[in-house]
Design a protein. Structure first.
Length: 619
């Protein structure tokens, strides 16, 4: 019976010497019976325990079981369980030790202990709130710290509560919490992994929406469920914002002037906006379910151009591109479209598709064709008109020069003969006759001034600018002094510090001569004529002004102010031909500047001009 036992068995006398070992002992420890016979039990049990059952055996130890570390012949250590029976024979005691190898069990127990330790660590350190629910009572039998934090309860208080105690009476879907909880528990007990939303109440009666995962715990004698609770209040708010944002984006895409189309890498349409439907005629369902890919939208003759752009983007040679090409429509009428194509990538920067905006540019293309046709004719017409204008300007200049010079001969004769007659015959002339001859002489002189003005108009239109740096204050003072030497007057000049500018000094001198002469002339009848010169900075740049306190003018007739030979005052009041301001406007305009004026009758006038400093580019 001992030989056939599945367990190792040895007989030991009271001194610890092995008397007998069965075959299982040989197999377990690697020793033969002969090698074990007469050896001390410490051969296979090298470490003695304080209450070693192998020494000084007593009858009352029979049936005792103890775990030991045993050693095989090769030195390997085994975990064994030893049961002893004390036998009495001829007044002596013999111990029968039944040895069972429990190494595998110990390894399993150690693994289970480690698993339990890991489970405990996971359970306690999990980011969500975790509770173990007893199915029969629907109460909590285990929880982690996050569960206490979520519900704001102590562990003692939580253990007194069930699922319905931490829930509002009704859930968000209108169902009773108790009824719904039992239904979910039953489903979970039958193996379904339940994931659902559930509202709980914390100790302060705050309602918290959670995502709950409910799963049956395996291998438990008592029926229990593991429930994890994740607070999703903020997530729900973000979801609502995201949904609202998506809705707004969809609305904008559907109502945008451009169509929106998304393709995968095979050019299958994945998104098709309302505007795309309007442009091409196909609905989103028709386009996404068509057998052909996105190339079917493109006219055959323009496919190479379109495909080249698509391949450039798919290969990441470029990130985006626009393409103009002809496209097909549902009613088989080709249209011109402009595609704005961009690449779409995932988190790893892999290409996952294309995003495009498309615009129907058929009307634009038609207009461009018409404009191109018009431009071809326009260039010819411009060339013709330019030649005509050039010839007309030459003829006009020739006419102006000829007229001006041809008028001077008879004018000089009239003026000379008038002087002779007055000198030789004035003694016999009546007062009326003398007045008539003076009138003829004055008009001859006026005619000479007009001729000079005509020549000046022609001259200042042809001269090329020579740009230099001009000290404007010094130039104003010099011009003022020259005018006063030639035409004495009693006007007072008030001038502030002025900036330097870049302009043609000879032409600017003529501008100042004309503007200052006008200011002196039209303020001469005032008792205290004053001419003020200064500048201000405006959006158009530095603006100079010449202000007088003279006769002024009516702004109603402002448009005539800079027209040739147009005067706002009678010649009997103030002399002049109406050309001076025209010359000012032409010279300032040649510098890309502007001239304007402000006036009040009998209170004076202010004339402004500015010379942009990019006039240097004209040299």
């Amino acid at each position: 019976m001992v030989e056939s036992s599945p367990n190792a068995m040895v007989l030991i006398d009271r001194t610890g010497e092995i008397i007998f070992a069965n075959r299982k002992t040989e197999n377990l420890f690697g020793y033969s019976k002969e090698e074990l016979s007469g050896q001390n039990i410490e051969t296979i049990f090298p470490v003695r325990e304080p209450e070693d059952i192998f020494y000084n055996p007593k009858e009352n130890l029979s049936g005792a079981v103890q775990e030991f570390s045993a050693r095989k012949k090769e030195g390997d250590v085994l975990a064994v369980e030893v049961g002893v029976n004390v036998l009495v024979s001829d007044g002596d005691t013999i111990t029968l030790a039944v040895i069972t190898d429990i190494t595998a069990r110990k390894i399993k127990e150690a693994g289970l202990a480690e698993s339990e330790k890991q489970f405990r660590e996971f359970f306690e350190n999990a980011p969500e709130a975790i509770l173990v629910l007893d199915v029969a009572s629907l109460t909590f039998v285990l929880n982690n710290t996050n569960a206490l934090n979520l519900l704001k309860l102590s562990e003692e208080d939580l253990r007194k509560k069930g699922i319905t105690d931490i829930s509002p009476v009704y859930q968000s879907d209108g169902r009773l919490s108790e009824e719904k909880a039992r239904e979910l528990v039953i489903k979970a007990m039958y193996g379904d992994k339940m994931v659902f939303e559930w509202s709980v109440l914390d100790a302060e009666e705050n309602e918290i929406l959670c995502e709950v995962r409910l799963i049956a715990l395996p291998g438990t004698a008592k029926r229990q469920l593991l429930a994890s609770f994740i607070d999703i209040v903020e997530r729900k708010k973000e979801e609502k914002l995201l949904i609202a944002t998506n809705n707004r984006l969809k609305f904008r895409l559907d109502n945008a002037l451009l169509g929106f189309v998304e393709w995968d890498t095979q050019l299958q349409v994945t998104t098709w906006s309302k505007r795309a439907n309007e442009i091409f005629g196909w609905s989103a369902l028709e386009v996404t379910s068509r057998e052909k890919n996105g190339y079917s939208l493109i006219h055959n003759e323009d496919l190479p151009l379109f495909d080249e752009a698509i391949q450039q983007i798919l290969s990441r040679r470029i990130e985006r591109r626009s393409v103009q090409c002809r496209c097909n429509t549902k009613n088989d009428e080709p249209i011109w479209c402009e595609w704005f194509v961009s690449v779409v990538t995932d988190e790893m920067q892999n290409v996952i598709g294309l995003m495009t905006m498309v615009e129907d540019i058929s009307e634009r293309k038609t207009a461009e064709a018409e404009i191109n046709a018009l431009n071809e004719h326009l260039e010819d017409r411009v060339s013709e008109r330019t030649a005509e204008l050039t010839e007309a300007n030459k003829e006009l200049e020739s006419f102006s020069y000829s007229v001006s010079h041809d008028l001077r001969v008879p004018l000089r004769s009239i003026h000379g003969f008038t002087k002779i007659i007055q000198k030789d015959y004035s003694a016999g002339m009546s007062p009326d006759m003398k007045e008539l001859f003076e009138h003829v002489e004055n008009n001859a002189e006026r005619m000479n001034v007009i001729i000079n003005d005509l020549l000046n108009l022609a001259k200042y239109g042809k001269e090329k600018l020579v740009i230099t740096t001009i000290d404007m204050k010094a130039l104003f003072i010099r011009v003022w002094a020259n005018i006063k030497r030639r035409y004495p007057h009693n006007a007072i000049l008030e001038i502030s510090d002025l900036p330097k500018i870049e302009a043609d000094i000879s032409l600017m001198e003529q501008v100042l001569i004309n503007l200052l002469s006008n200011a002196i002339k039209y303020s001469a009848k005032k008792g205290n004529p004053i001419v003020k010169v200064g500048f201000v900075e405006k959006e158009c740049g530095i603006c100079f002004f010449i202000k007088d306190n003279g006769a002024g003018f009516n702004m109603k007739y402002y448009e005539r102010l800079f027209e040739p030979f147009q005067r706002l005052h009678n010649a009997s009041e103030f002399e002049g031909t109406g050309v001076g301001l025209v010359l000012v406007k032409r010279i300032v305009g040649k510098h890309n500047g502007s001239v304007w004026a402000e006036g009040i009758v009998d209170e004076g006038a202010t004339f402004w001009f500015n010379i942009p400093q990019f006039s240097l580019l004209l040299t």
